[in-house]
Write a protein that binds this ligand. Structure first.
Ligand code: NIG
Ligand code: FE
Length: 421
């Protein structure tokens, strides 16, 4: 008998969700490889073997065993687009939106992103960490074991770097792993109002090099993201920022087509960005480009829902074109304060036309690829990090169908039980 650290046995289903070498594209999205009456052997924090339970029990002895009778086992969710960390809230702006003001009107009047920027600039690093820690713990309890996190509430060099430092500090004190993204071009700060090109120049001359120095200092790689949107940064400005970022060693992401389709998605594909995110008003030409390129489309259905809009990412067209699709929360205090990938799956099933299997693969393996971690997390393939969820239910198809609660009973991160038991 071989010794392992942890054995999960008797699971009604183990969903492997294969794809370590690349995302599940187009019609292949939703391949789960379900092992019935299955189990998982974990060794040294990694997935050692997934097989029928009886086979595992005949081959392994374990220091710890979890009996998952009547419950399904899936990979930990990966949330590839959040705006963590922030402080404070904007509940009064939500009230203004209910009364009829639009998100862009509130932003143009000096609220919106700038409102959170003022709060983050004033916060100390310790406050940024302590305010976001409970949020990460709730995300973990909802089954998110890895997430992306963005700057963009600093919009000046020191405050942007403070957000990056907060991400590293958060990684050091709790199990959910944050992958950092640098987003100094999230909005034009108040002090540059009406001088967008001057702010773009500051991003290029000062902020991107400062982020690159931070990368070298901490031996951590960064994505660079831009909010490419009418009235924020146009396509030529976005191109300048992203091309500079590539030359400094960043990998690329983009916010595109959230309110208007400007061609940002096309640009992302052309520049080889790892993902293009939001994609609500995406033109047909850009959808076709996604089918040809390697850029992953990240749908954020919590955002139109949060804004009370009716239009969502055209997932079926993207898949029909052969594109790769992932799901994320967009967790932020303005448009979408949603900490649960389970809620995002529920929205994607209803408003993006995904089956539960497609949504689950988009929220795990494809989401992992959207942050460059598909070789490491997002599936239960042997050799990968043992980030595993035991659900409260026997069938993964309860995900998305039931919503508003929590179907995750046990969360295992790097082979260790971190939530439940
Ligand atoms: O993804 N689009 C830009 N950024 C966020 C909103 C951020 C905010 O309002 O604070 C988004 O929706
Ligand atoms: Fe966003």
């Amino acid at each position: 008998m071989e010794e392992v650290d942890l054995l999960i046995i008797n699971a009604s289903q183990v969903c492997v969700i294969p794809g370590a070498s690349g995302p599940q594209r187009g019609a292949t999205l939703g391949q789960l490889e379900v092992v019935e009456n299955g189990g998982v052997a974990v060794k040294n924090g990694r997935i050692h073997h997934v097989a029928p339970s009886a086979e595992l029990q005949s081959r392994y002895v374990a220091a710890q065993t979890i009996d998952a009778s009547g419950r399904a086992v899936i990979p930990g969710f990966v949330d590839p687009h959040t705006h963590l960390p922030w402080v404070g809230d904007r509940a009064h702006e939500f009230e203004m939106r209910i009364a009829g003001a639009s998100y862009m009107e509130i932003m143009a009047a000096g609220g919106g992103i700038m409102n959170s920027v003022r709060q983050v600039r004033q916060a100390s690093l310790d406050e940024l960490v302590s305010d976001n820690l409970p949020r990460l713990r709730r995300m973990l309890a909802f089954g998110t074991t890895s997430a992306e996190a963005k700057t963009g509430y600093g919009l000046q060099t020191a405050s942007e770097l403070k957000q990056l430092d907060a991400m590293l500090a958060l990684n050091a004190v709790q199990p959910l792993e944050l992958t950092p993204t640098f987003l100094p071009a999230h909005a034009v700060p108040a002090e540059y109002r009406g001088r967008t090109d001057a702010y773009v120049q500051l991003v290029i001359d000062e902020m991107l090099p400062a982020g690159a120095a931070w990368m070298a200092q901490h031996a951590v790689s960064l994505f660079c993201d831009v909010f490419c949107e009418a009235g924020i940064f146009d396509v030529p400005q976005t191109r300048r920022i992203l091309e500079t970022a590539v030359s400094l060693g960043y990998r690329l992401k983009i916010h595109a087509d959230e309110f208007e389709g400007l061609g940002g998605t096309r640009l992302a594909v052309e520049l080889g960005a790892i993902s293009a995110d939001h994609l609500v008003k995406t033109p047909a030409e850009d959808i076709a480009a996604l089918g040809q390129g390697s850029t992953i489309a990240v749908g954020l259905p919590g955002t139109p829902f949060g804004l009370g809009h009716q239009e969502y990412t055209p997932a079926r067209q993207i898949l029909a074109a052969g594109g790769a699709l992932a799901l994320a929360t967009d967790l932020n205090p303005g448009t979408c304060w949603c900490e649960s990938m389970q809620m995002i799956i529920a929205l994607a099933c209803r408003y993006m036309g995904l089956t539960q299997a497609q949504a689950l693969a988009a929220a795990t393996i494809n989401a992992a690829h959207a942050i460059g971690r598909g070789h490491e997390v997002g599936s239960l393939e042997a050799g990968k990090q043992a980030d595993i969820l035991v659900l409260t239910v026997a069938d993964y198809r309860q995900l998305g169908y039931q919503f508003g609660g929590n179907l995750v009973q046990t969360v295992i991160k790097k082979g260790r039980v971190v939530v439940g038991g």
